[in-house]
Write a protein that binds this ligand. Structure first.
Ligand code: 4AD
Ligand code: MG
Length: 447
């Protein structure tokens, strides 16, 4: 056995005898040569087993290896620009092989499988190189989120998952039994962050979020991750400036750190390269006009066979509307001032025109839809009480939230960015279920 190294470290060990620990990804070969594609979690490397270089026993083991067998393989690192793999460019001239386990016949074959089958075998599917690439991009997105916020004066203050009330509408609540009292899984941490900004100025919470969405769409999960920055002394315009910096940073980090993964995913990165401040901003009124002009002209939703549907002023956009609006711009676009009636109780109505509120959604290009939702919050105690009553929410559960407006209230704003929506957009995925290791979708919680 040589020194145990990782595939990523091979470039520093050219000509040396080393050992790799991993799994057999695929194998080809005939006669006296076996080409093993070995993955070790961080990369894939070709290990060449030539009959003349190994013991009879080791050669037979190589021939007997099945897909996903676990192994230790020893050999000399060779530089070869043509060598396939991730990152590629180095291969191993094998001198010894130790099999940890010959794997049973692996259910996922290199051929095409139906997506239902893959989802059911997610615990295994996660090993395939596409899924590997997506999870690595996801990790970069998380690092970029934390890095930007930590470096820009935000304090990470996490918020509870068990909560006594609804915060984002009562239709998507998961109810649980809290020792005889009803409690709910958090739909957002925002209300708590509105408390913590008054202690720390700028904060964020970042954690799992639960929505019992009744519809089965490719953009909705029952459990997803959301980062929610909240800022004291910040209005709607200030919020949009923060969001465009933040989102641009995330995308640019992925382009820098995950070129290899994005290539493997066959992601056309030219659209992502344009994601730099500032982003276009349109009023809800203007967005409605854009949609209804297209509907009147019988235009199609980009990428679909369907016509753009007409929208009544006052309604929320559906995903065909969002896709059409976003397609008019080459960057993510802010749509601000949605009708107050379609948004949450805590959003600040526009003083001169209370039928719209100081809210903003960010729509991603290429049909990825809403990736952030945010607003300026109601800062006035009486207006907030009226808002809670209007939405028929239980006042007793919100007494602490109302208190925040009694003791040093300030103009404040915040937003939530959906992690899986962001990952799906950056990776070019058609469905959110590939953007999280173990997705929970309507009617599917296995494994
Ligand atoms: O627009 P939403 O519902 O906003 C809030 O929850 C606010 N409290 C955030 C805030 O202001 N602090 O959700 C924010 C984002 C959406 O833009 C979307 O990216 C994502 O969370 N999201 C979902 N992602 C996956 N599956 C779902 N069911 C989602 N619902 C929202
Ligand atoms: Mg929203």
């Amino acid at each position: 056995m040589g020194k145990v190294i990782t595939i990523r470290q091979m470039s520093a060990h050219v000509g040396e005898a080393v050992t790799l620990e991993g799994w057999l990804y695929t194998k080809t070969g005939k006669g006296r040569l076996q080409f093993l594609q070995v993955r070790d979690g961080g990369g894939i490397c070709q290990a060449v087993v030539f009959k003349g270089n190994v013991s009879e026993e080791a050669f037979e083991l190589a021939r007997a290896l099945t897909q996903e067998s676990s192994l230790r393989v020893t050999g000399t690192v060779k530089e070869d620009t043509r060598a396939p793999g991730i990152p590629g460019g180095y291969e191993l001239d094998v001198t010894g092989l130790e099999v940890v386990q010959i794997a049973d016949e692996y259910p996922i074959q290199p051929k095409e499988h139906g997506v239902e089958f893959l989802v059911r075998n997610r615990h295994l599917w996660i090993r395939s190189s596409r899924q590997w690439a997506i999870m690595r991009v996801r990790a970069t997105v998380i690092r970029a989120i934390r890095g930007w916020l930590d470096n820009n004066g935000y304090l990470n203050v996490d918020t509870p998952i068990l909560t006594p009330n609804a915060a984002e509408g009562t239709t998507t609540l998961f109810e649980i039994d809290f020792h005889g009292e009803p409690a709910y899984l958090a739909q957002t941490g925002q209300l708590y962050s509105e408390a913590t900004i008054l202690a720390f100025g700028k904060v964020y919470c970042f954690g799992p979020t639960f929505r019992a969405e009744k519809s089965k769409t490719r953009r909705h999960l029952q459990e997803f991750w959301m980062v929610e920055p909240e800022i004291a002394f910040c209005d709607l315009d200030g919020l949009m400036e923060i969001e465009e910096q933040f989102v641009s940073h995330i995308v640019q980090r992925c382009l820098e750190e995950n070129a290899e993964e994005l290539k493997l995913l066959e992601r056309d990165t030219s659209a992502l390269e344009q994601v730099t401040p500032s982003f276009p901003r349109i009023h809800y009124d203007e967005a409605v006009d854009i949609v209804n002009r297209a509907a009147a002209a019988g235009e199609l939703v980009p990428g679909y066979e369907d016509k753009v549907p007409h929208i009544e002023w006052g309604d929320d956009f559906g995903s065909p509307h969002e896709t059409y609006i976003a397609a008019q711009f080459d960057k993510p676009v802010f749509v601000h001032h949605y009708p107050t009636q379609v948004k949450a109780f805590y959003m600040e109505p526009e003083p001169d025109r209370p039928e719209v509120c100081r809210s903003v959604d960010l729509l991603a290009p290429e049909g990825y839809g809403e990736i952030t939702g945010g607003s300026e919050r109601m800062a006035d105690v009486d207006k907030l009480i009226a808002g809670i009553e209007e939405h028929e929410l239980p006042m007793a559960a919100f007494d602490w939230y109302v208190d925040l407006r009694r003791y040093g209230t300030v103009v404040h704003s915040g937003f939530g960015l959906g992690l899986e929506r962001t990952v799906a957009w950056i990776c070019g995925l058609t469905h959110l279920r590939e953007a999280i290791a173990f997705p929970r979708t309507l009617g599917s919680m296995r494994p």
